[in-house]
Design a protein around this ligand. Structure first.
Ligand SMILES: [Zn+2]
Length: 284
């Protein structure tokens, strides 16, 4: 069975993510540990952590994925902001370890007012500090493929390789976002483009490092370098792109997480659409 799930709200109490996942029939989930556009951090009570552990065991929803705050910029040329981002990641990763979260996904950073090579160096130095402060045992740190808007680092497989290469002995890997890679110039909705992207991953990174798929269609056209998520089949990727991933012998073993717009019962519709694209097993 392919694991298909969605990003859910973690407001009020962290354990509620499991109830929210169940409501939409998700078999895997992702959520934030803080409001993604605010720096404020809430200490969690023993009771809240305990409830989380209980539901994580009993609901059968896995893997459990946390997405880092959008405010972090590990590439920043502003030292104060970079340090604040490192501290924020450390804070989140410590809680992930405590909660037994399987994957922590992050947008590595934006170059902004500096050359991209400098931005890459900053990210690597930030990651060195982070891994020194939080030895990862339960959680694997995933760098996400990005669309390349506003100087984002991680828009090519080569860039992702440069970021993770120095940390091969750590729990580190990659999260692929279908909308981002398509916007970054990988034509994954056609057989040939899909095959060559998979080969590139295999060659530069190794498929064993690819752990999660963010499953989003794109509001903007191919190679637009813009990050605008759309419902499955309603954007410029179209159903065929998702069909290719869902029926690929490797990718279908990974969790698929929707990050599509939240309104009405769209999570249920998108999950059902994805399920409908999976080829039926051949009768024995
Ligand atoms: Zn993301």
């Amino acid at each position: 069975m392919v694991k298909i799930g969605t990003h859910v709200s973690s407001s009020k109490s962290l354990d509620l993510v499991f109830d929210r996942a169940k409501e939409v029939n998700a078999s895997t989930i992702q959520f934030f540990l803080r409001s993604p556009r605010s720096w404020s951090w809430k200490e969690r009570s023993e009771k809240e952590l305990e409830n989380f552990h209980l539901k994580k065991k009993s609901f059968g929803i896995n893997p459990v994925i946390v997405h880092a705050s959008y405010l972090f910029n590990l590439a920043s040329a502003d030292e104060a902001l970079r340090q604040k981002s490192i501290d924020g990641v450390v804070q989140e990763l410590k809680l992930c370890e405590e909660l037994g979260i399987e994957y922590y996904v992050i947008h590595a950073g934006k170059a902004k007012n500096q050359p991209e090579e400098k931005a890459v160096k900053n990210i690597i130095s930030s990651l060195e500090q982070i891994f020194k402060k939080v030895p990862l045992k339960n959680t694997t740190f995933l760098v996400e493929t990005l669309a390349g808007q506003k100087g984002e680092i991680g828009k090519t497989t080569e860039e992702i390789k440069t970021l993770i290469k120095p940390f091969e002995t750590e729990n580190i890997g990659v999260c692929i976002d279908t909308c981002h890679i398509f916007a970054a110039g990988y034509k994954i909705n056609e057989e040939d483009g899909f095959k060559s992207y998979k080969q590139e991953l295999e060659k530069l990174i190794g498929l064993d490092r690819i752990k999660v798929i963010h499953c989003n269609d794109s509001k903007t056209p191919f190679n637009s370098r813009r990050d605008r998520h759309e419902h499955i089949g309603k954007g410029s990727i179209g159903l065929n792109g998702f069909k290719l991933f869902l029926n690929d012998p490797f990718f279908r073993t990974l969790p698929f997480i929707l990050e599509t717009p939240k309104s009405g019962n769209w999570d249920i519709i998108n999950i059902n659409t994805l399920k409908s694209l999976i080829d039926a097993p051949v009768a024995q």
